[in-house]
Design a protein around this ligand. Structure first.
Ligand SMILES: Nc1nc2c(ncn2[C@@H]2O[C@H](COP(=O)(O)OP(=O)(O)OP(=O)(O)O)[C@@H](O)[C@H]2O)c(=O)[nH]1
Ligand SMILES: [K+]
Ligand SMILES: [Mg+2]
Length: 399
């Protein structure tokens, strides 16, 4: 029997099993069995390179965003509108067959947007080009789930399920469970609060299913058995997702209003160019990019050429900033001066651990180098943290 058939069989058994206290342990065990099989399913077949032809696109820019959705929801139309790169759009399904990259220029950063073939129910099991598409989604920093506003609301759930089946977790953070395999000592099970979903016996049973007999487990939240399995599997990918309802030109205003109120959702129409600005600003917000402007001593910062950092990828402390400029820079840094929202006063002397925020201005003071006199406008020691305003960007920063 193939892996997919075995998954189907266990799923059928779970559906047959009534949920109650007595079956709880058995159901937990079945969940773990399915998770193990799904992980097996993800392993690339022997002898293959893993990727898929037409799907190996080099990362480019400050972040990567993938367009995921059913066929003909308007993904290619959207890519063409946002990036200017042409991607064939047509009224028939599966117009797009490979991964097509474009670049969005936004807030002086470059964001790679990827158009992909439509996926269908069963994609996680290899239907259509589902597996390649999902692999690209996993390599992204943000997923835009494109939905047809005129179609069933159920599509959002079906797609979410497909993505979850291959270990993607949308708009979730990793469960607060500490888990460490040991060589000896048996299993130690603890929690920092009362648990309502998982008890010691269930945890032992799940670990047993994974043939783990020595480990330390500490629940720091009231997590579920699915959370525990995610932590044991350890291969889950937590990605932000914005739900994009396209084609609002063909539905009534009441329905548009309802969709727009869903969490993490933006309603648009490519045909009428409606609300694309809102989509871009939502995308920007979710990516959490941090632009930092370098101010050479005695000169103006170049406000068109930021160093772009991210808390999720690589971090955004002063140290990360220095490493970004040059690996060897760090050893020469005495301290840095920071202007912007992360500074308590202007300018603030900061160490390497200081976190930077979007639109901060940083001057690096090297060892043996004299710091700037601080005569300029930013020396004004204002106590309220403030964002470098557009006006200030245009005005000369005399120092
Ligand atoms: N009414 C309406 N139609 C749209 C809109 N955006 C795209 N379409 C149409 O929807 C159809 C499918 O568009 P595509 O961009 O090819 O969709 P896709 O998601 O890339 O499709 P596949 O590549 O086949 O998965 C085309 O006929 C588009 O003209 C919109 O905002 N409103
Ligand atoms: K299409
Ligand atoms: Mg397409």
């Amino acid at each position: 029997m193939g892996i997919i058939e075995r998954i189907k069989e266990i799923e059928a058994e779970m559906a047959r099993t009534q949920k109650n206290k007595a079956t709880e342990y058995h159901l937990g065990q079945l969940k773990a069995k399915i998770a193990k099989l799904r992980t097996q399913l993800l392993e690339p077949p022997k002898g293959s390179s893993g990727g898929g032809e037409g799907f190996e696109v080099t990362k480019f820019g400050h972040g990567r965003v993938a367009l995921i959705g059913f066929p003909s929801v308007g993904k290619s139309t959207l890519l063409t509108m946002l990036t200017g790169t042409h991607s064939e759009a047509a009224s028939y399904e599966f117009t797009t067959l490979t991964c097509i990259p474009g670049i969005i220029h936004y807030n002086d950063t470059k964001i790679q947007l990827l158009d992909l073939p439509g996926i269908i129910e069963g994609a996680s099991e290899g239907k259509g080009r589902g597996r390649q598409v999902i692999a690209v989604a996993k390599s992204s920093d943000l997923v835009l789930m494109v939905l047809d506003a005129s179609k069933s609301e159920g599509h959002r759930q079906i797609l979410t399920k497909e993505l979850e089946a291959v270990g993607l977790r949308l708009n979730k953070r990793p469960p607060q469970i500490y888990f460490k395999k040991k060589k000896t000592g048996g299993i130690s099970f603890n929690s920092t609060l009362p648990l309502t979903h998982v008890d010691e016996k269930l945890c032992y049973q799940i670990l047993h299913e994974y043939k783990i007999h020595n480990a330390e487990v500490l629940f720091r939240e009231d997590a579920t058995v699915d959370d525990l399995i995610d932590v044991i599997e350890g291969n889950r990918k937590y990605i932000k997702c914005v739900y994009v309802y396209n084609k609002i030109d063909v539905i009534g205003i009441d329905d548009v209003d309802k969709l727009a109120r869903q969490p993490n959702s933006v309603v648009i129409s490519c045909n009428l160019k409606l609300n694309l600005d809102r989509l871009l600003s939502k995308m920007w917000e979710e990516m959490g990019l941090v632009r930092v402007y370098t101010k050479p001593q005695g000169q103006q910062p170049d406000f068109s050429d930021p160093v772009v950092l991210s808390a999720d990828r690589g971090g955004c402390t002063v140290e990360d900033f220095c490493n970004h400029i040059h690996r060897s820079l760090l050893k020469d840094v005495k301290y840095v001066l920071v202007w912007g929202t992360s500074a308590r006063h202007y300018p603030q002397h900061c160490g390497l651990a200081q976190s930077l925020q979007d639109e901060d201005v940083v001057q690096i003071v090297k060892k043996k180098e004299k710091e700037e006199g601080g005569r300029g406008r930013f020396k004004s020691h204002s106590t309220a943290p403030a964002r470098i305003s557009d006006r200030e960007k245009k005005a000369p920063l005399k120092t």
